[in-house]
Write a new protein. Structure first.
Length: 169
């Protein structure tokens, strides 16, 4: 199988480098007869003409390969790119903000928790929001975010807790 040089694609009537062709072990030269672009276009057209079969095939594949798909997802989510895409998705879905807006909020708070003022790494921040309106209030450390959650964001309960702590000094 030769991977250097050029090969002719009869579909687009073009000579391209062999790197522009998918492998095909059945062929003498080890390469598909059509270039990657033509194969992609052909598959795109086929999927458009046969949406039900395509949907059914994808569903069957997911069912048969669930374990392998999940394993690959777990590995990908541990990569920097995977974590960034997950964070982008969560910010968009839960808080209706972009990653850039979120990073700007982090910069505005000078990388510190909005309550205890401890310095935070960007990857450690918790996005605090009003549960009734969904509006983002700021960025907190895990301890402060959990604390607010335990008091159910109720200012009266928080004031009582402050009075309680001050009495116990």
């Amino acid at each position: 199988m030769s991977r250097v040089g050029t090969k002719y694609c009869s579909r687009c009537d073009t000579r391209k480098s062999t790197g522009g062709f998918y492998r095909d072990r059945r062929r003498k030269d080890g390469l598909n007869i059509y270039c990657r672009e033509c194969v992609s276009q052909q598959m795109k057209e086929y999927r458009k003409k046969n949406p039900d079969k395509n949907r059914r095939d994808r569903k069957n594949y997911r069912q048969k390969n669930r374990g392998e798909i999940n394993r690959k997802k777990r590995v990908y989510r541990k990569t920097d790119r995977g974590r960034e895409l997950k964070r982008r998705s969560e910010l968009r879905c839960f808080y209706h903000m972009t990653l850039e807006q979120h990073r700007q909020l982090y910069e505005n708070q000078k990388g510190r928790c909005g309550i205890c003022r401890e310095t935070l790494l960007y990857r450690e921040v918790c996005t605090d929001h009003n549960h009734k309106t969904g509006e983002v209030r700021g960025l907190l450390c895990n301890h402060c975010n959990t604390g607010l959650g335990q008091f159910r964001d109720d200012p009266i309960k928080l004031k009582r807790a402050i009075k309680y702590l001050q009495r116990q000094r």
